[in-house]
Design a protein around this ligand. Structure first.
Ligand code: C2E
Ligand code: CA
Ligand code: CA
Length: 679
């Protein structure tokens, strides 16, 4: 079935169903267009537009991501003539984790861009952190080759992973993309605002261009501008558009919303020119420096504090004033011996990134702190080393949550071993990390084969896209997953499964794991289908019998079911839920014209005796005043434990025969009277 999808996707590539869309990126201060991010779209003839987070994982899974990107890039470059000819407009391209392990990537770009005449120095590759985790050395090598070609790198979704700061230091990024989540939350929570400020500050201090994603309102744009963010992207400036829209977008730049501060649109010559306001700029930088979620300081060659931010001062347990001008050995005598050699070596030009360090100081909760330390030599214009720049990241919380996670995973493994459901876990990106041993019994595929995106191979072809779509939606929204799909061993036999999962979040609300189960619901599904089928059959029989039937719940008298014949006999539609009383109250008469007492009604008698009643002839007066003869009999309906829960009434229309008989009798009586009169 994977083959079917591979064919589907391959065909989609050949028939141009997968195309790049382009979303504008602008300079926040002026609203001027700076570039476009290319985003893949699959225009499926049956399923409509399929978003990339559904088919990119599929392409990765079946090994088509390379071809897909190549085809897509070809289209990006050819359809981007409008961009190529427009000065300095850049194109940002997303690269999958898998591809960032491909040593030939730089060369591929070089060949392709040259062939299409697109300048390499206007290409930006967007990489998410998950792309870098596995093999850092190789990632660094590839990144350096790309950089040598003039291609720029952007760290995508910044702030959503744990090791962002490490990656920022180790790879030659030129751009930092602030994740849409922070932008979204920025207007509501002070923390998010602080994080954005700190990230922008961090970006600037590393000489990076900062670009915020997912800007939807002008209030967000204003706030980002105020916090010093350079560029933006989002619906406010325009959604991703097809290539055919590029020429008009490029020629009509700017894209609107040039900086307005806090909702007031200001004339562009009154815009705060940040360079022109050094005092304000400095205050802003100081705020960012202090607000950064990392400890920062600068030491001179005598190992004295020249500057330090609030965060690091707090970690060291002393005020900023108590640091400035003093030696490290005096301020933190207990830590100094352990870090001295790194500082001295940094003064000799060595770079240290992310040294994990157990601090002897405890935090407020009494936990031992784990710190990540980086030491970089700082040079003056003449390239002389004048000091050391220090970054301290407190990863205690992360360590604790990793431990808690490990613990709860153990607990989880033990407790689910007894349940009929097959447990699984996945990371935040939806890659399966573990699958219970019974997965194999239920599906014929080993748990190992289910890992990553492997489980997709086992799905029924028709269920692949709907299932991946539901799964992607849940990952985006954080809502629990509940999805049914068929799984097969490749022998044409499919079994229905139901999978449910919910996310586990860390202290700051980010999803770190999905915990789920798969359950074989095939038997239940089949039973349900069989039940539905026999119900339909029964219904058909019921509708076809030449006898009117009414079933009522007792004692409420609510009608549960009736057939068309009953409606024909009573000459009115019989709505479900109507009370049976309407067919008897003062409308039923014995053959001798006497009206019925309550306990004489056939249904009441059937319930009272627990036995079916004998068929009897009843005169029924319809709503329109006409009368009809019916033959009626009733029987009790028994539920569980033989309790009577209702009654069924069967009626036959005997009106004609009965009226004929009456007429006949009438005629005979008349004849008799005439005979008598004669004699
Ligand atoms: P991303 O790189 O973070 O792309 C930004 C996503 O945010 C896009 O979703 C975009 O349409 C959406 N977006 C843009 N403006 C706004 C806004 O104002 N508000 C909100 N709520 N969303 C906005 P899209 O196109 O569905 O792409 C999803 C992800 O798929 C991308 O996330 C990227 O990681 C991946 N992707 C897209 N195209 C490719 C590709 O060609 N290759 C690879 N490897 N991955 C791709
Ligand atoms: Ca991106
Ligand atoms: Ca992104």
């Amino acid at each position: 079935m994977v083959a079917t999808h591979a064919t589907d996707l391959r065909k989609a590539l050949e028939t141009d169903e997968i195309v790049p869309y382009f979303q504008p990126q602008v300079e926040l201060r002026t609203g001027l267009l700076t570039g476009f991010e290319a985003l893949a779209r699959w225009q499926h003839p049956v399923h409509g537009t399929i978003p990339p987070d559904v088919f990119i994982p599929l392409a990765e899974e079946i090994g088509l991501i390379g071809t897909l990107t190549r085809k897509l890039l070809h289209k990006v470059f050819t359809s981007a003539a409008a961009i190529r000819d427009a000065g300095d407009i850049t194109i940002s391209i997303n690269i999958s984790a898998i591809q960032f392990h491909d040593k030939s990537l730089p060369e591929q770009f070089q060949t392709m861009a040259r062939h299409e005449g697109f300048p390499l120095d206007r290409i930006i590759l967007e990489i998410t952190e998950s792309a870098l985790i596995d093999n850092m050395d190789q990632a660094v090598a590839i990144a350096q080759d790309l950089k040598a070609l003039g291609i720029r790198l952007a760290l995508d979704d910044f702030g959503t992973g744990y090791s962002s700061l490490l990656h920022l230091q180790s790879l030659p990024f030129s751009e930092l993309k602030i994740d849409a989540r922070f932008v979204r939350e920025m207007s509501d929570t002070r923390e998010s605002r602080k994080i954005v400020a700190a990230v922008v500050g961090l970006g600037h201090s590393l000489g990076l261009n900062t670009i915020a994603e997912g800007i939807e309102t002008s209030a967000q744009a204003d706030m980002l501008l105020w916090l010093g963010c350079d560029c933006g992207q989002g619906w406010l400036y325009g959604p991703p558009v097809p290539a055919s829209d590029l020429p008009s977008l490029v020629s009509s730049r700017p894209l609107g919303h040039p900086g307005s501060l806090f909702g007031r649109t200001v004339p562009s010559d009154a815009l705060p020119n940040l360079e022109a306001m050094p005092a304000q700029r400095l205050a802003q930088l100081q705020a960012i420096y202090d607000g950064a979620p990392v400890g920062l300081c600068f030491l001179d060659s005598n190992l004295r504090y020249i500057s330090i931010n609030k965060r690091l001062a707090e970690m060291n347990g002393a005020s900023i004033a108590n640091h400035l001008g003093r030696r490290v050995s005096d301020v933190i005598p207990d830590i100094f011996p352990k870090v001295e050699s790194y500082i001295r070596r940094a003064l000799q030009g060595e770079v240290f990134n992310g040294l994990e360090f157990a601090s002897p100081k405890r935090d407020a909760q009494g936990h031992l702190r784990t710190l990540l330390l980086s030491y970089h030599p700082a040079r003056d214009e003449a390239n002389e080393i004048v000091g050391v720049s220090v970054v301290v990241i407190d990863i205690t919380e992360r360590k604790l949550s990793e431990e808690a996670l490990r613990e709860s995973e153990d607990h989880y493994r033990h407790s689910v071993e007894l349940s009929p459901q097959i447990p699984w876990t996945s990371d935040a990106a939806g890659r399966i990390l573990t699958a219970g041993p019974r997965w194999e019994t239920a599906t014929g595929w080993t748990p190992e084969e289910a890992l990553g995106q492997g489980w997709v191979k086992a799905l029924h072809p028709a269920d692949v896209i709907p299932t991946l779509r539901i799964w992607a939606d849940s990952r985006r929204s954080g809502n629990p997953v509940d999805v049914e799909f068929r799984i097969g061993r490749g022998d044409g036999v499919w079994r229905w499964m139901r999978s449910r999962a919910s996310p586990r979040r860390d202290a700051s609300g980010n999803i770190i794991r999905w915990y789920g189960t798969v359950e074989d619901i095939d038997d239940a599904k089949k039973a349900e289908r069989a039940l539905r089928e026999s119900e339909a059959l029964l219904r058909a029989i019921f509708d076809a019998v030449p006898v009117g039937i009414l079933i009522a719940e007792m004692p409420s008298g609510r009608i549960l079911m009736s057939n068309p014949r009953a409606a024909a006999i009573f000459r009115r539609a019989i709505p479900i839920g109507e009370n049976i009383d309407i067919y008897r109250r003062s409308n039923l008469f014995h053959a001798d014209g006497r009206s019925f007492d309550q306990e004489e009604y056939p249904m009441e008698r059937a319930i009272g005796s627990g036995q079916p009643t004998r068929a009897e002839e009843i005169l029924y007066r319809r709503g329109d005043g006409t009368r009809a003869w019916i033959k009626a009999m009733a029987a009790p309906v028994c539920g569980k434990h033989d309790a009577i829960v209702g009654a069924v009434l069967a009626v036959q229309d005997i009106d004609e025969t009965r009226l004929e008989k009456e007429e006949l009798l009438g005629r005979i009586a008349k004849l008799e009277r005439q005979l008598k009169a004669r004699s």
